[in-house]
Write a protein that binds this ligand. Structure first.
Ligand code: HEC
Ligand code: HEC
Length: 445
């Protein structure tokens, strides 16, 4: 009897242990999944303002047709000589090859079927006009007369800061706002102009140099400082350009741009006025410094006045829309969960990453700027900014902007290259396994 009793107790103990271990296991898995992928940050924004900003971000050219069409004649380049413009024209196939994207949701069902049946000539510039009429070319705004003639084109924020999910075919799909278009060859698109002389005069170089520089930026890159400081080349003679950054995951981030030019709204106004050449008002006395910004000082870019102002009234909506763009969540299976969990500990601990990239915003709040020396790179780009420093990049949604590399100019092709850089610079003495864990963590946030 005694013997049976002890067996009974033993079995009971075993059962309890199994249940307990099982619970622990589920608990750990649950914890891992929720904590590795950082919780999304939603702000309490006015839905009407967000909707207005979305419209602006996608479709508003702020009157920049005066630059892209009246001065650069990009509308005529799209049309081609056969349709009253110049050159071969821009067919959908050409547009897709320079990284432009097509919004599949803007295409009517008949057009979708016709494309699928191979009945649409994707090598004909007139097809591009049809797409422009439908507002289907992401970031390019076409204007048409009542009889259907294209009168001008302009560009919108979505050109550089949106892409598509390729769900229809390569380059054609649903819009992904805030995702940088790292396929877009901005320089090649601008160099379609037959008036490179305008830019040459602005920059005090010859037209051939302008074209060489534009064609040298490469996909996913743009030199936002060129039209204020005229600096086209890095000190080693290579062509200077920065990666198009994400416009998502900026909730709680104070300073915008790689070098912290100003806050989000400052930069939106800067871009709309000085890069897109929209018709607005913009004031920044720092640009009057002819030593640092000779082109801006000469052209009074620090004091832009236009009436009517097509930009300032849209800044609140633009800001709200950008702050509504949450960083995308990494797809399940795109990173190793256990390694990412270990990487998180390193990131916050021994690797000291979190001393600058502080979660949940992954930048350092306040005046989040660092000298080139501090992060172990050259100061070329920092010195072009009024701050002279680099801003700690917010890291959410890194997986969606891996193409083109990392750091402002894409100097580190992969995340492991970034880690190797920090390992050397801060003498972290990370093992290969630890480096891998950090990479998996970066892929998870
Ligand atoms: C021709 C391409 C292009 C267009 C069009 C464009 N941007 Fe940008 N944007 C850039 C580049 C390049 C940078 C990075 C500049 C830098 O730091 O050197 C940038 C930076 C930004 C940033 C800062 C992101 C960060 O991490 O701090 C925001 C926000 C932004 N742009 C919003 C906008 C808005 C809003 C518009 C429309 C008004 C717009 N952009 C139009 C290319 C573009
Ligand atoms: C002293 C502050 C500081 C520390 C510490 C630091 N970073 Fe950074 N990080 C920066 C700055 C500044 C940049 C922007 C550099 C640039 O664009 O040229 C940056 C950029 C990055 C980028 C590139 C993001 C992109 O989209 O281009 C990654 C990834 C990154 N850091 C990861 C890490 C990791 C991992 C660690 C720890 C091993 C770390 N950082 C430690 C300041 C820091």
């Amino acid at each position: 009897m005694k013997k049976w009793n002890s067996i009974y107790y033993f079995l009971l103990l075993l059962l309890f242990t199994m249940v307990f271990v099982d619970c622990k296991k589920t608990e750990t898995i649950f914890e891992t999944v929720t904590e590795t992928v950082t919780d999304t940050l939603y702000l309490n924004l006015d839905p009407a303002l967000v909707a207005e900003g979305k419209q602006t971000f996608r479709y508003d050219a702020f009157g920049d047709e005066a630059f892209w069409s009246d001065i650069l004649h990009i509308d005529k380049a799209i049309l081609g000589a056969d349709n009253g413009g110049y050159g071969g024209g821009v067919s959908p196939a050409t547009a897709l090859s320079v990284g432009l994207k097509v919004d599949a949701e803007a295409l009517p069902a008949e057009l979708v079927s016709a494309i699928q049946a191979g009945q649409v000539d994707l090598n004909d510039p007139l097809t591009t006009l049809e797409l422009l009429k439908l507002d289907a070319v992401v970031g390019v705004k076409g204007n048409f007369s009542n009889d259907g003639e294209m009168t001008s084109v302009g560009i919108t924020c979505a050109l550089c800061h949106s892409t598509v999910d390729n769900s229809f075919s390569d380059g054609i799909g649903k819009r992904l706002d805030g995702w940088p278009n790292r396929d877009l060859n901005v320089g090649v698109i601008i160099s379609l102009t037959d008036n490179a002389q305008f830019l040459a005069d602005l920059l005090h170089v010859d037209a051939a140099t302008v074209v060489t520089v534009l064609q040298g930026w490469g996909p996913g890159k743009f030199n936002a400082g060129l039209t204020v400081d005229g600096i086209a080349l890095r000190p080693d003679g290579s062509i200077a350009a920065n990666l198009l950054p994400a416009a998502y995951g900026l909730q709680g981030v104070h300073l915008a741009t790689y070098t912290g030019w100003g806050d989000l709204t400052y930069w939106n106004a800067f871009v709309a006025n000085l890069e897109m050449h929209g018709q607005g008002n913009f004031f920044d006395a720092r640009l009057n410094d002819a030593g640092q910004f000779p082109i801006a000082a000469e052209n009074n870019f620090g004091n832009v006045r236009n009436s009517p102002d097509l930009i300032t009234p849209k800044l609140p909506g633009l800001q709200a829309y950008q702050l509504s763009l949450t960083a995308p969540t990494p797809p399940a299976g795109s990173f190793d969960v256990a390694a990412a969990e270990r990487g998180k500990e390193l990131f916050r601990g021994d690797a000291m990453c979190a001393s600058c990239h502080i979660s949940p915003i992954f930048t350092d709040a306040g005046f989040n700027l660092h000298s080139a020396e501090e992060i172990g790179i050259d100061d070329f780009e920092a010195s072009r900014s009024p701050t002279g420093l680099y801003r700690t990049t917010p890291l959410r949604g890194l997986f969606a902007r891996a193409k083109g590399g990392f750091y402002h100019d894409g100097r580190f092709p992969t995340l492991i290259d970034v880690i190797d850089h920090y390992d050397n610079h801060f003498d972290l003495q990370l093992t290969p396994e630890e480096k891998n864990d950090l990479v998996e963590y970066l892929k998870s946030i």
